[in-house]
Design a protein around this ligand. Structure first.
Ligand SMILES: [Zn+2]
Length: 225
């Protein structure tokens, strides 16, 4: 394993991933400025480890966590104060944003869940974390519209509360992430980040309400322009 240290990150990585890791750090450093502006506070140096095989990724997590294993489909995890990322040849999507995504989870956990003393609402922080992949800027318009079309047909009037406690086993994980990304696009496109981090300001009622309409609102907004 090799290591890169910057002011914001300490990253260990399999040597074959040098370029991926440099790109991921550069992108995450840029995204961190947005998070710092939003929250007005820092979470300190972020540790991460990048692996090029699932075996090495799992073995590392098992070692540092005393025997725990990541979900079979996970490519980004957080155990023992460290972000773990897998970039293997099966990953066709661009992994530049994986570090920024996991970093956004850390900020949200500390400055939203811990600050307001509430437990995790999975869809809320996944959508927020996906926003820090810059999906609106990065995804072709036609792809975004196709994704909206597919989700709105398959899940009409979907209540995101079904994904509050986690993604149920029988639920299609790719569809869940499409939903998070649609909401992320809506957040990025309309600058809704501040609404997101103050959502627990007056208790938990706002989240319950939001979960009923947010997916439809996002889809309509994206289709409109
Ligand atoms: Zn995530």
């Amino acid at each position: 394993m090799k290591e890169i240290k910057t002011i914001d990150f300490e990253v260990m990585y399999s040597p074959s991933l040098k370029q991926n890791v440099e790109n991921a750090i550069e992108f995450a450093t840029m995204q961190k400025q947005i998070l710092l502006n939003l929250f007005g506070e820092d979470i300190g140096v972020i540790k991460a480890a990048f692996f090029d095989t699932r075996e090495a990724f799992e073995r590392h997590i098992e070692n540092i966590s005393g025997g725990r294993l990541p979900p079979k489909t996970a490519y980004g995890c957080f155990y023992c104060n460290e972000i773990q990322c897998l970039i293997d040849e099966n990953v066709k999507k661009d992994m530049t944003s994986v570090l920024a995504h996991e970093m956004a989870h850390l900020f949200f956990d500390k400055f939203v869940y811990q600050k307001f003393g509430v437990s995790r609402v999975r869809w809320l922080d996944e959508s927020f974390a996906c926003r820090f992949e810059n999906p609106y800027q990065k995804t072709a318009k036609i792809k975004v519209l196709e994704m909206c079309e597919y989700i709105s047909k398959k899940y009409p009037n979907f209540n995101m509360d079904r994904l509050s406690a986690g993604i149920p086993n029988e639920f299609n994980h790719n569809d869940a992430y499409s939903m998070f990304r649609i909401i992320a696009i809506y957040i990025e496109k309309n600058g809704k980040e501040r609404d997101w981090i103050s959502v627990f300001d007056k208790g938990q009622g706002k989240v319950k309400k939001l979960s009923k309409t947010i997916l439809n609102d996002a889809i309509h907004d994206i289709k409109r322009n």
